[in-house]
Design a protein around this ligand. Structure first.
Ligand code: NAI
Length: 377
């Protein structure tokens, strides 16, 4: 099978998410790293791209130069990843979709709901793939949980409880560190801090595993470190359209919690639990029965979980491999074989609407608001 050509914007030297994309995209040999505009400093971006093995004429100084350089080539890239800071996602993603490229955009997809809806429309109009990197949803045991819910193995889901609460911004004496401060500055981060950064992974996960959309929410936001304008802690109550009750806690001041991402799904005939720090196990308890541990790679998993269990049983499955699963599904989608589960632009704009409505709800003392983007009401 011919390799697909892959380009990347952002993810330069020293960036947090850049290495995960490179490992993820290249893990299965389905993509070839072909072009990049990797850094906000043109020279540093060009130099690092060449250090990573890109040809000099495809090591671009900025994304505009990359778009101009790629769009008329016969061997142009098949997919571009946008892994720049949040405020730039919209214009880059839109420009590449309009030029006919498939895009994988980092979360949050956009800064506003209007921008998110625009991306959904442009992707529809151009017929290009626009995916969003909700990579946790690509862990095999998350797919197993979703398949079990879909198959009715825990009955109708009554309740979903999820957390993405870590303690890495809990030190008030470090609040002015530039790497931390921008996340709570509305000029840089937008309307929301911790919820838009981490909480949306948990909200997407709840909706993904329950196979249902978030319809309404009520939010309570707090800035526990006084110098912060945006929230560093949030509690969101929500309802899925089928009536499932949802609870979500997200925090960056929960000292002692590391990654702190977990989800529990409680149905009428059983419960499930998954924790990102032990991603290989899914905990299952049938009503009135014993708690069981379902292991990645074991016999009898649902097909979607088996397909993505690429490290054999007992070997640890890392975060980059969840990103690799996103690229694997993208390669299939570009080849015309759409894969169920790939988070698309619709998932991206649903998150943006939830963030904006949570901000409105928190300002209105937790009033219940419609969490859906206008285009999906
Ligand atoms: P970072 O600050 O560590 O790195 C950003 C990189 O983008 C740097 O190399 C910088 O030079 C480059 N850059 C900035 N502006 C650019 C521009 N206009 N053109 C080209 N390059 C540019 O940021 P980090 O943590 O890697 O985050 C990037 C994005 O990835 C954010 O949107 C973040 O929310 C998302 N992210 C997603 C994760 C996930 O689990 N899906 C995890 C971590 C980050």
């Amino acid at each position: 099978m011919a390799k697909l050509r892959w380009g990347m914007i952002g993810g330069g030297e020293g960036s947090q998410i850049g290495p995960a994309h490179r490992l993820g995209a290249l893990a299965d040999g389905r993509f070839e790293f072909t072009a990049g505009a990797l850094d906000h400093r043109p020279e540093a971006g060009r130099a690092y791209a060449q250090k990573l093995g890109l040809a000099a004429d495809r090591s671009y100084g900025d994304w505009q130069e990359m778009l101009a350089g790629e769009k008329d080539r016969n061997d142009r890239i098949d997919l571009v990843t946008v892994a720049t800071p949040n405020a730039t996602h919209f214009e880059i993603t839109k420009a590449f979709l309009e030029a006919g490229f498939n895009v994988l955009c980092e979360k949050p997809m956009t800064m506003t709901v209007e921008e998110g809806e625009e991306i959904v429309r442009v992707a529809e109009k151009t017929g290009r793939i626009c995916a969003v990197n909700y990579c946790y949803s690509a862990y095999p045991m998350v797919r197993q949980a979703r398949a079990m819910v879909r198959a009715g193995e825990i009955g109708k889901v009554r309740l979903v409880v999820t957390n993405f609460s870590h303690g890495h911004h809990g030190d008030a004496t470090d609040a002015d560190n530039p790497r931390v401060r921008w996340r709570y500055d509305p000029k840089m981060a937008g309307v929301s801090g911790q919820f838009a950064d981490c909480g949306i992974h948990a909200l997407h996960m709840a909706s993904f595993v329950c196979d249902d959309e978030v319809e309404r929410l009520s939010a309570d936001f707090a800035s526990t470190i006084a110098s912060r304008e945006l929230e560093d802690d949030a509690m969101i109550n929500f309802r899925l359209s089928g009536g499932t009750v949802g609870r979500l806690w997200t925090s960056s001041v929960a000292i002692g919690r590391q990654h702190g991402f977990d989800i529990q799904i409680f149905g009428e005939t059983g419960g499930l639990r998954w924790m990102s720090e032990q991603p290989n196990q899914l905990i299952y308890t049938p009503v009135g029965g014993r708690t069981q541990i379902i292991e990645k790679g074991e016999a009898g998993l649902h097909e979607d979980a088996q397909r993505l269990s690429r490290v054999s049983i007992a070997h640890p499955e890392g975060f980059p491999l969840a990103v690799a699963n996103i690229y694997c599904d993208l390669a299939d989608a570009i080849a015309g074989e759409a894969r169920d589960g790939l988070p698309g632009a619709e998932a991206g704009v649903r998150s943006m609407a939830a963030v904006h409505q949570a901000v409105a709800s928190a300002r209105d003392k937790g009033a219940w608001v419609d969490a859906r983007p206008p285009m999906f009401r």
